[in-house]
Design a protein around this ligand. Structure first.
Ligand SMILES: [Mg+2]
Length: 336
C-alpha cells in the first residue's frame, strides 16, 4: 500500500500514522559545528520526540533494533553519517521507517535523498509529511550500508585518522592521513563480479547512491533503488589516484579517466593479496583479504521528498538558474 502511495507522488497526506512522539537517537558527542543548533532544535520540539542520547559506539544500532522490535513505525536518526549508519544497521530487515535529521559535517545520504541538510525545521517537515521511499540496502561482509563503501585507499585514510585529530582539525585531519597513505605501497586487489566480470586494481569504491564525501558525484549513473551497485576500480595508486578523481569530477565523471573502471553489478567479491581496510558509509569496519558485497534481503524505508527532482542537485540548479529570472516575472505580474 505504501509503495503505491509513494509512487503516486501527488498525495499530500502522510503514508505513516504519526506517532505521538518519534523515538529519536542522537550522539551528543558527535563532532559538528552544528551541535548547539541541534540541541536547541531538539529542546524546542521536545514534546514531539522521545530522545535517546548514545554513550558508546554501537548503542545507536542497539536502540534502533530495539525500537523496531517494539513495533515503532518510525525511528529518527539525528546526527551525521556515522550515527545514521548505526541506525540503518539497527533497522535493516525490519519494516520500521527511517527519519533523518541531518546534523553532521557531510550528510551525504541526506543530500542523496533530497532531505534538507541545512535546516532542521525543513528536514523535520519532510518527516512529518510522511512520504516513504524505499532504497536498496547493500552489505559488505554482512555489514549493511546505504550510501557507499570503500576498500583500500579511502578506508585506510579513515583508519589512520584518529578521533582526537578529527576533533581538533576537522576535515583537515583526513587530508593529513591521506598524505601519509599516499606514500605507501598500495595493495593489489581483484574485483570479481557474479556476472563474470573481473577487474584488477589498487582501490575500490562502491556506490549505492551517486554521492561520495559530501556533494561529489562519484557514481554518476547510480540509482539507489535499481538493485544494482555502482563500482569504481582504481588502477593507479598514489597521487595519480587523487588527481584523476579530481580531474574526472571536473570533467563530469571520474569514469572518464583511463585509470578508472566504472560499472554496475548485482554482487561481487574483492580479493586482495593482503588484508586491506574496508569502510562502509564512512565507518571503518576492519581489515580483510576477501570482502563480499551483495544486496541485503530487504530494502530500507526512508521518509524523504518525492523522487529525484526534489534532490539536492535539482534544488541547486533551480536556485542557480530560475531565481534571478523569476524576479522580473513576479514584478511584472504584480504590476498588472
Ligand atoms: Mg543502484
Amino acid at each position: 500500500m505504501n509503495r503505491v502511495a509513494a509512487r503516486g507522488g501527488m498525495r499530500e497526506e502522510s503514508d505513516v500514522p504519526t506517532p505521538r512522539r518519534y523515538p529519536l537517537i542522537f550522539n551528543p558527542k558527535a563532532r559538528s559545528q552544528k551541535g548547539g543548533r541541534v540541541l536547541r532544535f531538539l529542546m524546542d520540539h521536545a514534546n514531539r520526540f522521545a530522545m535517546y542520547a548514545t554513550n558508546h559506539a554501537g548503542e545507536a544500532r542497539e536502540l534502533a533494533a530495539r525500537f523496531a522490535a517494539q513495533g515503532e513505525s518510525v525511528v529518527i536518526a539525528a546526527g551525521g553519517d556515522g550515527t545514521l549508519n548505526e541506525v540503518v544497521r539497527g533497522l535493516a530487515g525490519t519494516p520500521t521507517i527511517l527519519g533523518v535529521l541531518p546534523a553532521g559535517t557531510m550528510n551525504v545520504f541526506a543530500r542523496e535523498m533530497g532531505i534538507p541538510f541545512d535546516s532542521l525545521e525543513r528536514a523535520f517537515a519532510v518527516i512529518e509529511r510522511g512520504h516513504i521511499r524505499e532504497v536498496d540496502l547493500f552489505e559488505a561482509n554482512g555489514w549493511p550500508f546505504v550510501q557507499m563503501a570503500g576498500v583500500g585507499f579511502d578506508a585506510q585514510v579513515i583508519e589512520e585518522t584518529s578521533w582526537e585529530a578529527k576533533k581538533m582539525l576537522g576535515p583537515l585531519a583526513y587530508l593529513l592521513a591521506a598524505v601519509k597513505v599516499l606514500g605507501e605501497r598500495p595493495p593489489v586487489m581483484e574485483v570479481i563480479c557474479d556476472d563474470g566480470r573481473r577487474e584488477e586494481g589498487v582501490a575500490m569504491l562502491a556506490g549505492n547512491g551517486s554521492l561520495y564525501g559530501g556533494q561529489f558525484k562519484f557514481f554518476r549513473n547510480a540509482d539507489n533503488s535499481d538493485s544494482m551497485i555502482d563500482v569504481l576500480v582504481y588502477k593507479e595508486a598514489g597521487y595519480k589516484l587523487v588527481l584523476d578523481s579530481l580531474r574526472g569530477l571536473a570533467l563530469g565523471g571520474i569514469d572518464l579517466m583511463q585509470s578508472v573502471s566504472y560499472f554496475q553489478t548485482e554482487a561481487f567479491t574483492v580479493r586482495a593479496a593482503r588484508d586491506v581496510p574496508v569502510e562502509v558509509d564512512g565507518e571503518w569496519i576492519g581489515r580483510f583479504n576477501e570482502i563480499r558485497f551483495q544486496e541485503t534481503s530487504s530494502r530500507l524505508r526512508v521518509l524523504a521528498p518525492d523522487g529525484p527532482l526534489a534532490g539536492s542537485f535539482a534544488e541547486t540548479m533551480k536556485s542557480l538558474l530560475s531565481w534571478p529570472r523569476r524576479q522580473p516575472e513576479l514584478q511584472a505580474t504584480r504590476s498588472l
